[in-house]
Design a protein around this ligand. Sequence first.
Ligand code: CP
Length: 327
Amino acid sequence: MQTQFHNKHFITLQEWTKEEIDTLLDVSFELKRHFAMGVPTPYLSYKTIFLMFFEQSTRTRNSMEAGIAQLGGHANYLDTSTMQIAHGESAKDTAIILSRFGHGIACRNCFWGIGNKYLREMAQWATVPVINLQCDLYHPMQVLADLMTIKEKVKDTQRLKVSIIWAYATTHKKPISVPLSQILLFPRYGMDVTLAYPEGYDLPDWAIKQAEENAKANGGSLRITHNQEEAYEGAHVVIPKNWGDWVTNPDPAVINPRLEANKHWKCTEKMMSLADPDVMYMHALPADRKNEVEDSVIDGPHSIVYDEAENRIHTAKAVMTLTMGGK
Ligand code: CP
């Protein structure tokens, strides 16, 4: 078991070995058991993490704030529009100063072409771990919780048929970071991943290549289709979720002709009936109900979205414990 995580940055799970991810999962399960039993876990007493948010959040912010409190530490929530960043202060200066004040820096910055670069620049200068709370490319906190949830339900993930399916939504032009992180991570656990989307909603070529390499090295597979029915057929897990056409169209406008042409990409009971009888429905949330998914599916017997959301806190606590603690 890998145990050396102190000050390790958490920007993408692609930069964590499988052995390291297994330790993250192991600690997540232990923290979940302790939480259920009311056993205190003050592994980060008197430690401070800074939570910088360029965007809105419900799950990520609250899992981090409640999580650090349950570990005996404290979070400073930072709305970046009220920081000197709004007047142009650099990522470098912000990272160096916050490193001197506390023990971890976490950040959500999803601006296309900017977010990951911003996190990388902070990581270059920070002397404490930099934790990615979602950028334009990756959402490692979400997919770690997804993996934990799948492992709780099925134990053996080898050859599990998981379909990541684009879905119609109008709430905002969502990042590609969730599906991109899922196609990279799931094949490392031997899953047979299908990525389904209408023409134009491509993920970057480099990500597809990395996902294929991950699959080859770990006995999983990656298949791409533009037919949503095909993605549902026989699937053990379906993850229908919207993402923006950032790769082919960086315009941030939410509604465009391509989006409107694909309203029929929706998770319905009819689609679910094509899947395995015990199929599980997952979604990172927030869901655009009635557009992405019918209420009867997300509220129905196949849905595990609340277990998935709950695991955000247990995995967040594991990431903080291992990167900010130890030594
Ligand atoms: N899934 C997720 O990251 O949720 P929030 O945007 O509410 O943090």
